[in-house]
Design a protein around this ligand. Structure first.
Ligand code: FMN
Length: 190
């Protein structure tokens, strides 16, 4: 058993190298492209994620530098994410289907949960292909929704910058200890 470290700066060696090596880069190599084959594999990885009742409540909008769809996304990045996401070889907008049509009938109570799992699959697939993913919420949600006009019942949740990392993991990474994962829901308020 691994000792319970209070602020582990690095993942322990016992977990899978794809998980241990994953991090969200703050610099991407602007010369590294994501070709059609790589893009297809990333979406396949998301596609094969499990979901409640196999509802598959996820959707994606993608754009790569030089493509008109990339130009549609860039104006909606917040200044904080534009600093690094602009250089990534691929931008992905993630959407989930929470409702059916305009009448707010629930499509899946697990819609966001399932989307997150599909994105986790995509992220690990990226890692296996020598790419890195940085998920983010730092964009203009309202403006992007107006721009992309998803069908009723669909909601934009997050964006992902995918590309070749141009730096290593930040030095100040930390995580709650494993014991916290098991005790937090029952501990006194922090
Ligand atoms: C849903 C979601 C939203 C996030 N939003 C942002 C963001 O707006 N800006 C940012 O720099 N990072 C964002 N992140 C990245 C997290 O800050 C990062 O995953 C976390 O600090 C752990 O670092 P690591 O991924 O390198 O392990 C987001 C991650 C997720 C999953």
């Amino acid at each position: 058993m691994q000792p319970d470290v209070q602020h582990p700066q690095e993942p322990p060696s016992g977990i899978h190298p794809l998980l241990a090596g994953r991090f969200s880069p703050y610099r991407f190599d602007p010369s590294a492209t994501v070709d059609d084959h790589a893009l297809g594999l990333l979406l396949e990885a998301a596609r094969w994620a499990p979901s409640a009742g196999n509802s598959q409540p996820w959707g994606f909008f993608v754009g790569r530098p030089g493509e008109p769809d990339h130009d549609r996304l860039l104006p909606h990045l917040a200044p904080s994410s534009a600093r690094w996401a602009t250089d990534a070889g691929l931008l992905v907008v993630t959407l989930t289907r929470r409702h059916v049509g305009e009448d707010h009938l629930l499509y899946s109570e697990f819609a966001d949960y399932d989307l997150g799992q599909a994105v986790a699959h995509l992220t690990v697939q990226a890692q296996a292909m020598g790419l890195a993913a940085h998920q983010f919420r730092a964009f203009d949600l309202e403006g992007l929704t107006t721009e992309l006009k998803p069908n009723p019942g669909w909601a934009i949740v997050s964006m992902i910058a995918v590309g070749r990392a141009a730096d290593g993991p930040p030095e100040d990474r930390n995580r709650h200890p494993v014991a916290h994962l098991r005790s937090a829901p029952w501990s006194a308020a922090e």
